[in-house]
Design a protein around this ligand. Structure first.
Ligand code: BV8
Ligand code: ZN
Length: 249
């Protein structure tokens, strides 16, 4: 049994007007989606995410990068939202206002019922053309496993014949301005902020909790491990999101 939840936190939850929940890969871990910190499961253990989640990696070997994302998209499509996603969606029904900000590119928050999710780093289900930026629609069904689990040629753009790229923000790329602005605005306005399942190493996303903490807003971290935020957060709930978040309800 992980540690108990302070009674004060329940009072804060009941009286909060605007709650922000910032999530990272840890919130999808119990759905079977590998996080970045641990070695990728199976086929890709010899690559570092930071090596593949880059535009120059796509330029150098587009089929390897596209194969990696199609492998991840298959995992996402076969995965189910876990009790953490479901609890966050349920919390929104009981709070005057709740904003979900995620670093994840999966759609598990949406499939759990969360609405208006802010995706700071894009969405794996929304690829676009690397040349003209036009959106590309995937066909129905599960992506076929890249033969040999490695390379898969990306599709071409119907408009300009450019290569289709994953609809995510790669390292070195700017975050979508509207998403970033909406996220920062929510952290400026909230009166309670949860940070669930992130190692808080990637910027500028990792600087969002500071916006709330600097305003004296109560901040709550949910993570089984220590992170860069431990000294910033007012409450540190040590444990798995799928175990702790439902108990907040
Ligand atoms: C930008 C989409 C600049 C792609 C991602 C030096 C200092 C500061 C910054 C930098 C620097 N050098 C370079 C930078 C910038 C760089 C950066 O921050 N690098 C890091 C590595 C230092 N940032 C960028 O490049 C960003 N862009 O800065 O642009 C710029 C400025 C002007 C003009 C042009 C450009 C763009 C960053 C976005 C990269 N894209 N994702 C994809 O998914 O493939 S990042 C990706 O990694 C994720 O989205 C996420 O953000 C990050 C992984 O972090 P987490 O989500 O936290 O996951 P992680 O595995 O790390 O941790 C999991 C946590 O869960 C752990 O704590 C674990 O304990 C916990 N956990 C495990 N199980 C559970 C659990 N918790 C709860 N329950 C459980 N069951
Ligand atoms: Zn195009």
């Amino acid at each position: 049994m992980s540690e108990s939840i302070p009674a004060e936190l329940f009072v804060l939850l009941r009286t909060a007007r605007h709650v922000v929940v910032l999530t990272g890969a840890g919130v999808s871990a119990e759905s079977g989606i590998p996080t970045f910190r641990n070695k990728m499961m199976g086929l890709w253990e010899r690559y570092e995410a930071e090596e593949l989640a880059r535009a120059d990696a796509f330029r150098r070997d587009r089929a390897l990068v596209w194969g990696w994302y199609e492998w991840r998209r298959k995992l996402v499509m076969l995965a189910q939202p876990n009790p953490a996603h479901l609890a966050i969606a349920a919390l929104a029904e009981r709070t005057p206002r709740l904003t979900v900000i995620t670093q994840n590119v999966d759609d598990l928050h949406e499939r759990a019922g969360s609405r208006g999710v802010i995706h700071l780093h894009g969405e794996i289900q929304r690829p676009r053309c690397f040349a003209c930026n036009r959106p590309f629609a995937f066909g129905p069904g599960i992506p076929d496993e890249p033969e040999g689990g490695r390379r898969l040629e990306p599709p071409r753009c119907a408009h300009c014949n450019g290569y289709i790229r994953p609809g995510v923000v790669w390292f070195g790329e700017m975050l979508p301005q509207d998403a970033w602005k909406a996220a920062a605005k929510a952290c400026e306005a909230c009166d309670l902020m949860f940070v669930v399942g992130t190692s808080a190493l990637v910027h500028p996303a990792a600087s969002l909790p500071e916006i709330a903490a600097r305003r004296g807003v109560p901040t709550v971290q949910v993570n089984p491990n220590a992170t860069a935020l431990d000294d910033v957060m007012r409450f540190n709930l040590t444990g798995a999101a799928g175990e702790i978040m439902p108990r907040l309800l």
